[in-house]
Design a protein around this ligand. Sequence first.
Ligand code: GLU
Length: 469
Amino acid sequence: MIKVRFAPSPTGHLHIGGARTAIFNWLFARHHSGRFVLRIEDTDKTRSTEESIQEIIEAMKWLGLDWDEGPYRQTERFDIYKKEAERLIAEGKAYYCWCTPEELEAIREESKGKFGIPKYDGRCRSRREPREGVNPVIRFKARTEGETVFKDLIKGEIRYPNSQLDDFIIMRSDGTPTYNFVVVVDDALMGITHVIRGDDHLNNTPKQIQLYEALGYDVPQFAHVPMILGPDKTKLSKRHGAVSVLAYREEGYLPEALFNFLVRLGWSHGDKEIFSKEELIELFDLKDVGKSPAVFNPDKLLWLNHHYIKTYPVEKLAELLKEFLVKEGIVDTSAELDPEWLKEVVIAFRERAKTLKEMAHQCEFLFKAPEKYDEKGTKKFFKPETAIYLEAIAEEIENTSEFTKEAIDKIFNNVLERFNIKLKAVAQPVRIAITGRTVSPGLHEILLLVGKEEAAKRIRRAAQYIKNL
Ligand code: GLU
């Protein structure tokens, strides 16, 4: 049975890179009908926050990443780590180190001169007596000769010279365990078969393999995923814009779009770009994860989001649009919007809105008459004679008994005929009158969406405006 885990440290937002790691693990588990574990690595009590834990969970739920076990919290498992550390001491595989900070500093300096890297020299391996006033740490007796060799499922064979290692700390002097130790104890006891994580952890793997062996556990398989770069080919960071998953939700991205986008950062299946979750579960394989870093392309995310908006269930989109209308302050929470009407709104705007936030702003005129008219548009389209045409249209609208697409066609035809003009003479003026802008969905759509009375009112208002010019 395949079992994988996502093991975030709750020290901030769930960011793009972490979410991609979670997705790869989730897909791998689902593809193999295995299990996906969520484990919160909160041993660093000074940097971990409850808020971050809740945010990670919320972001995972939003992306549709459900877990089969957990969330475990490492801070609830300190007894287990302590027992395992004591076992290593009893078996002579770890030891208390009583070195003082000054001593450690001197050792570091000396080893930098000798090996070029700071390394502990292992002197407490043979020191047995406690030092007064010093709380000891526990160090692991690392093997420093030879190589650690393992087969990474993405990077291939990795050979690591053990001379890079020293007797690293597994328990700090305050009794808290360190990352490399807890991750091994947990992965082993939780039965994790594949460790899929960012390649920033590659250098930790040799230490962890030695710990697995010392503890008598089976070593899992490893798959280290190359990192994500920003468009300028440096490591993706805040400098490149939003990096937290929930920030994308706030900006009006659909979870399906972000999911699809993140999978494609590093994984591919031919030239195909758009995948449903079901397809991904069927197709996902670690062998198709690239060896080189992926580049984050925000335009592609936008393109994917637009694709998902265009193909999303209208009802769901209407609900989301309502949320954004409230969030953007366009309607207030108590506003009662007819769900059927809102569906028509979505249908009218989904071709042109790349995000839900954009859609909310594009359709703002449906809720508030324009406060001003587009400047270039008025110069170009509001001629003195336009006022008369607009008044005629307004009057026809007022007098029509039903306000339908056909009725609107008839109204326009009547006016064009009466004044012997082309549609061009009134189309943009009406658009500006209704929306304040020169771009919008089609005339029929916007007129029907604002409704008969409001349409007539706005068109009359624009006519008056022209007269006052
Ligand atoms: N907690 C670690 C991190 O957030 C992940 C550890 C792991 O996957 O082994 O980077």
